[in-house]
Design a protein around this ligand. Sequence first.
Ligand SMILES: Nc1ncnc2c1ncn2[C@@H]1O[C@H](COP(=O)(O)OP(=O)(O)O)[C@@H](O)[C@H]1O
Ligand SMILES: [Mg+2]
Length: 268
Amino acid sequence: MNFKRNSLFQRNMEPEEENMGPEGGVLAVWGSPSSGKTVVSVKLAEYLAKKKRNVLLIFADMTAPPLPCVCAAADLEGERSLGSILAAAHVTENLIKKNCMFYRKNDYLSMTGMLKGENVFTYPPYEQEQAAELIVQAKEVAPYVIIDCTSTIASDILSAVALMEADTVLRLVNCDLKSISYLSSQLPLLRDNKWDADRQLKVASNVKQQEASSHMEQVLGNVAFQIPHSTEVERQCLEGEMFGELCLKESRAFRKEIEKIGKEVFGV
Ligand SMILES: Nc1ncnc2c1ncn2[C@@H]1O[C@H](COP(=O)(O)OP(=O)(O)O)[C@@H](O)[C@H]1O
Ligand SMILES: [Mg+2]
């Protein structure tokens, strides 16, 4: 076990800034395929970690595990998998601590996800119970929990449970027909009260300049947030350096919107 110096688990969990309200919460980031769920999850986690909030970022995707794509392997300490957490009979705080990975460049940030080369068959199947325990126990590990969900909620237990159990759900869509088709196919799955789909915050993601906001609202209805396209973000995705600083002027609007989400969702 590596409880490294100044690490997540040795830190004083008290808020460092005086004006902070109640600490933390669980955010599920969900939406249509390739809408930018991983981008938004990573950038929000980074935003909070830079503000010295302890964050646990959980990557639910077992089909295209994001961990190998978000940063260089050398930036992660430990080679442990979400698969071994979910494979346990019961998910405990300690099990998560033992199996998550530390981000070397910021002590406030830890992550867990499937490792490169792993898939849903690498570990024994898990049930709704383990997924729910993971979410409850994650809150004990870090006050801020972000779950990067998949779009395939009908077959992905962890993402489905996250949509039920999270304090807040962001529902990302792109301003295109594929996203509309996705929502009309998948939202009926969430009709039941336990999902409370009406409470989800709608986010227009990766909005390009030509997608005028009036047109977008016509297609998507009222959105809580609009995350603009940034070529710098796109480049970071291509290079597998998604935690990189966004320095260019053209990324300013993107950074502002992430900040807005951080403030409105987490009060940070
Ligand atoms: N705000 C953005 N600006 C630029 N490119 C983006 C943005 N959001 C998403 N992308 C692009 O879309 C791709 C898919 O994003 P990703 O977060 O992996 O989608 P998802 O997790 O929803 O499948 C990224 O690799 C990137 O090229
Ligand atoms: Mg993703």
